[in-house]
Write a protein that binds this ligand. Structure first.
Ligand code: OX2
Length: 820
């Protein structure tokens, strides 16, 4: 049935009228991009009514709002997902088909808004979608980067970064809200004066300021008429670059302000789990935080409620430490604008802010040099100093004479501002993102804090939205699930997938499942053919690792194993082997040289293996260019094996692991992050687990590592693989191309040898791979395993995660929105 909000005739007229208004074109004259824009505006027209109703309902019902502060929101394309959540995808598809328009082709016209790096930003996007679907009022607050995550081109086997000009055709789903513009100030000098009432008044002079202008993107809930907002801030100069300022001699000032504003939001830092520590990044952080908090306070004050009730109406969730300056900014607003006392302001702030930690990687720990911090944010720095002074006094009184502890815990130390410490001290909740990760935080990384304030610490295992990663990404499987479960309710209650367990031994169901997987593999094979020019066999085992390129994620282990297999096949040409396709997708941060070398190694191995006629296509290696949310949706659904092989203890959670699982991908992985909980849910017999445990890794690390030379010397087949890095096999005879990788594994020139335990885990990985291939031979047993993965994935819905945040941290209430 056509959703009643989407009157077919009206919708068609709307599309035609949009084409006319926007482009002076008819359908016949319009380009695909123009059609995409016209259709998107027609969809937005429907969303608008619900958006307005939601705002009204939030006001009337006075529910508490979750403000999710994040430097990154990796929302992915909106058109298809909005239609799914409006329960209108198929209807609109048909309606457009009648007009001779292909919805699928239009979806591919949409830029993939890549305002994030990887898991952290995608999690924020899943959370907003789940919050909305569950009926909780929420705001995402972030930055409207002019250029998002770069597009990746592979040239001659190397990564090249191309700017992502996602706004070039205009983004139809955003709404500029100039009425809510804020001013954000940087630098200058500060002093106190008495105002007319005799109150202390804080004066900042000679500062630079920019205008923060919000753009809102609707986040559409599934089937409930609710629409929340993602608010992303753009920067504009305060003095417009106009003839007036030119005439009055302000030309330089105008240009200067234009530049500051332009720079701040120019580009997303393309680092995942790594902090570059650039001044501009701190500017970005303060820019969006100050604007978001000023705006939130203004909205709150409009209700006329006492400022002391702020914690009943808003909670600020800080997505990692990037938004931590929010702690001091909220204090500043409460002290300097609301004229509260320190104790009053601190009482409110510490009831409003909560912090999520996403990593224990030391290179991701944010620390700002004090001189930079103070110069850029003089008043905010004063406040941080006072927070630190009071906190250090508290530590001293709790642990008298323990100056080592003070040194470990202080916020200001060694000329640096430690953002994680500031976040923990001020937050009423500190959470990790998977059970194991939270335990490591409590017992290792944040031990001192956990001992002093145990009640703050809690776990919230990540999740992903099934609306995007199952319904949109895998329509065939979704239809089958609905058919078998005789309900679509799993769309909002993923635990219902457990009902599929009854089918795992049913031969007809198994063959349906296999057939669906095959269709998805064919779809991916077509994508690979189109984008990489490589022919892959959908009958082969698809073994997939897609995620950011990072040494701890160990794409290197995977490709070394591929080399090992290649050697085995060449040595035993007669031996029957399972045909396999190894698929990689990964962006490396622009400045991460080792990561880029690993990409070059993967593409070089692919070049040799794919073109070696003697192995008869038994293995193929594909590096998918430009891995992003939109092609991820095609990739997850096509995997037989899901590679989750990080060095144990390093991957806080992982969320790709969950997306594969939902789609019937079987995990080959270490006991790391959320893999632990995946195995617990699906049973160890339905996954392939290998490698050191996190305790073992931590043990080794505490004792200076291990000696990879022992393994190199005792395992001749592995030695052959390692040696091939420097004998020119995969480098057209060049012995130096992969020398750094070789050195990193065997010598400790740059830190510890084999820091990520690749040699140490190699044998165990090889066995797990062999076990997976053996299992794959039995089609029925494999289908059972794959089905068990889908059936047991209910826990990994972000709906579950959000309900836990609400129950334990946010304490917000659902609202009802009446559809028009
Ligand atoms: C990522 C973590 O690396 C990943 O394990 C986790 O699943 C994801 O965040 C969402 O929680 N930058 N990216 C992450 O952490 C940081 C810092």
């Amino acid at each position: 049935m056509f959703d009643k909000r989407l009157d077919k005739k009206k919708f068609k007229e709307e599309v035609e009228s949009n084409l006319k208004l926007l482009y002076r074109h008819t359908i016949a004259e319009a380009s695909q991009q123009e059609l995409f824009q016209a259709v998107s505006y027609a969809v937005k027209e429907v969303i608008m009514d619900d958006w307005i109703s939601t705002q009204k309902a939030v006001k009337e019902q006075g529910a508490k709002t979750v403000v999710y502060l994040s430097m990154e929101f990796l929302i992915g394309r909106a058109l298809g997902n909005n239609l799914i959540n409006m329960n209108s995808y198929r209807q609109v598809e048909d309606c457009l088909a009648e007009m001779g328009i292909d919805l699928n082709a239009l979806e591919n016209q949409e830029p993939d808004p890549a305002l994030g790096n990887g898991g952290l930003g995608r999690l924020a996007a899943c959370f907003l979608e789940s919050l909305t679907t569950l009926g909780y009022p929420a705001y995402g607050c972030g930055i409207r980067y002019r250029y998002g995550m770069f597009k990746q081109k592979i040239e001659n086997g190397y990564q090249r970064e191309v700017p992502d000009d996602w706004l070039k055709d205009g983004y139809p789903f955003e709404l500029r809200r100039p009425d809510f513009t804020q001013e954000v100030r940087f630098g200058g000098t500060i002093h106190f004066e008495k105002d007319a009432n005799g109150d202390d008044c804080f004066i900042q002079e000679n500062y630079q300021s920019v205008k923060a202008v919000p753009y809102e993107i609707p986040i559409v809930g599934y089937g409930n008429h609710m629409v929340n907002s993602l608010c992303i801030w753009d920067a504009e100069p305060i003095v417009n670059f106009n003839l007036d300022s030119f005439d009055s001699g302000n030309y330089h000032k105008a240009v200067e302000q234009e530049n500051i504003a332009k720079n701040i939001v120019e580009v997303l830092y393309p680092n995942d789990n790594h902090i570059a520590g650039k001044e501009l990044r701190l500017k970005q952080q303060y820019f969006f935080i100050s604007a978001s908090l000023q705006s939130a306070l203004q909205k709150f004050k409009k209700t006329g409620a006492s400022i002391f009730t702020l914690p009943d109406k808003v909670v600020f969730q800080m997505n990692d430490t990037h938004p931590t300056v929010a702690v001091a900014e909220l204090m500043r607003l409460l002290l300097d604008q609301e004229h509260l006392s320190w104790e009053e302001a601190w009482g409110i702030t510490t009831k409003c802010v909560a912090y999520t930690n996403h990593t224990i990687m030391s290179e991701a720990l944010e620390k700002w040099p004090i001189d930079l911090f103070e110069r850029l944010l003089p008043r905010v720095y004063q406040i941080v100093q006072e927070i630190d002074r009071r906190f250090v006094a508290e530590v001293r009184s709790r642990y008298p004479g323990n100056e080592e502890k003070v040194a470990r815990m202080a916020i200001l130390y060694d000329k640096q501002v430690r953002m994680a410490h500031l976040a923990i001290v001020a937050s009423f909740s500190v959470n990790g993102v998977a059970a194991l990760h939270t335990e490591i935080l409590k017992n290792q990384e944040l031990k001192d804090f956990y001992e002093m304030m145990p009640d703050k610490f809690n776990n919230k295992t990540n999740g992903v939205t099934q609306r995007r990663f199952l319904m949109h990404a895998n329509p065939w499987l979704s239809d089958w699930i609905t058919l078998e479960l005789k309900t679509t309710e799993w769309a909002t209650n993923l635990d219902l997938l457990a009902g599929l367990k009854a089918l795992v031994d049913n031969p007809a169901a198994q063959s349906d499942f296999i057939e669906i997987k095959k269709q998805n593999k064919i779809r991916l094979a077509q994508y690979i053919k189109e984008h990489n020019g490589i022919e892959v066999d959908p009958e082969s085992l698809f073994d997939i690792q897609v995620k950011r390129l990072h040494e701890y994620k160990r794409q290197l282990l995977n490709i070394l194993h591929v080399i090992y297999l290649y050697n085995q096949i060449k040595e035993n040409p007669e031996q029957e082997v399972q045909k396999r396709t190894f698929i990689f997708g990964a962006k490396a941060s622009a400045g991460y040289i080792r990561a880029k070398e690993i990409i070059k190694l993967i593409t070089s191995v692919a070049e040799v293996v794919n073109n070696d006629a003697s192995i008869d296509g038994k293995i193929k290696v594909v590096f998918i260019e430009d891995y992003k949310v939109s092609n991820a949706e095609i990739i997850f659904s096509a995997a037989d094996l899901s590679e989750q092989i990080s060095t144990a203890s390093k991957e806080a959670s992982g969320t790709g692991n969950m997306k594969f699982m939902m789609n019937g991908g079987v995990t080959i992985g270490t006991m790391d992050g959320a893999n632990v909980e995946i195995v617990e849910a699906v049973g160890a017999e339905n996954a392939f687990i290998f490698g050191l445990s996190s305790e073992e890794v931590i043990q080794y690390e505490n004792h200076g590592g291990y000696n990879p030379q022992d393994i190199y010397n005792s395992d001749p087949k592995l030695r052959q693989v390692i040696d091939q890095l420097v004998d020119g096999t995969f480098a057209g005879g060049d012995r130096e191309m992969f020398r750094n990788i070789y050195d990193s594994l065997l010598t400790n020139k740059s830190g510890r040898a084999d820091q990520y335990f690749i040699l140490k885990d190699f044998d165990s990985y090889r066995q797990a791979q062999a076990a997976a291939v053996a299992a794959y031979k039995d089609k029925s047993a494999w289908a059972r395993m794959a089905m068990m993965n889908t059936a047991c994935s209910g826990k990994f819905s972000s709906d579950r995660t959000i309900e836990e945040y609400v129950r334990d941290i946010w304490h917000s209430q659902k609202i009802q929105v009446e559809g028009k």
